[in-house]
Write a protein of this length. Structure first.
Length: 181
């Protein structure tokens, strides 16, 4: 897809396009050859799938990441329902958060859920989610550490808290060849 076609997409379509590219990159079968050519060593599978990582956030297998994320979403949804909230998933809409949580016709919370297999509050977050945290007064970040364990732990941060308590480091860039070059 060239830059002009990409620019015509709405935000949700752009996220789908980029997610497909990321999936293809992670699924590339010849990474060992690439690493060897760059004089780098591959990570062991136990580290790569986050099963032994103390951080355990975001760079494991696609299957494990989905399992951790689902466990976190289920945990947060159940917690909110126990507190009397009606919960609606917005995950597939790519709007900068995962859940709407409404309590007895009060203001709706916009909840972004992050699942981590390890014990540290350390996870990837999209530019769209960061933007929501900065500009949406109803935004809440719920991080579930040890998400797939028997005793997951919930950490909650308002958008304002998130901005002040987290260091944000870019993980990737979209590179597009400049026109005429």
């Amino acid at each position: 897809m060239d830059r002009a076609d990409y620019e015509k997409l709405n935000l949700a379509e752009k996220r789908v396009a980029v997610a497909a590219i990321h999936d293809a990159v992670w699924a590339y079968q010849r990474w060992p050859e690439v690493l060897e050519a760059l004089f780098l060593k591959a990570r062991t599978s136990s580290t790569a799938d986050n099963t032994t990582s103390p951080k355990g956030a975001g760079f494991g297998s696609i299957e494990n990441n989905r399992k951790v994320e689902k466990a976190a979403i289920d945990f947060v949804t159940e917690r909110l329902r126990q507190k009397g909230y009606d919960v609606e998933s917005r995950e597939k809409e790519c709007i900068g958060y995962d859940l709407d949580a409404t309590h007895q016709k009060q203001k709706t919370l916009h909840v972004e859920v992050k699942g981590v297999s390890g014990g540290q509050v350390h996870f990837p977050i999209t530019a769209n989610e960061v933007r929501s945290a900065k500009h949406d007064p109803d935004f809440w970040l719920y991080v579930v550490t040890q998400a797939t364990s028997a005793a997951p732990k919930l950490h909650r941060f308002s958008g304002v808290e998130m901005a002040s308590r987290f260091d944000l480091a870019p993980l990737s860039f979209m590179a597009c060849l400049k026109k005429g070059r």
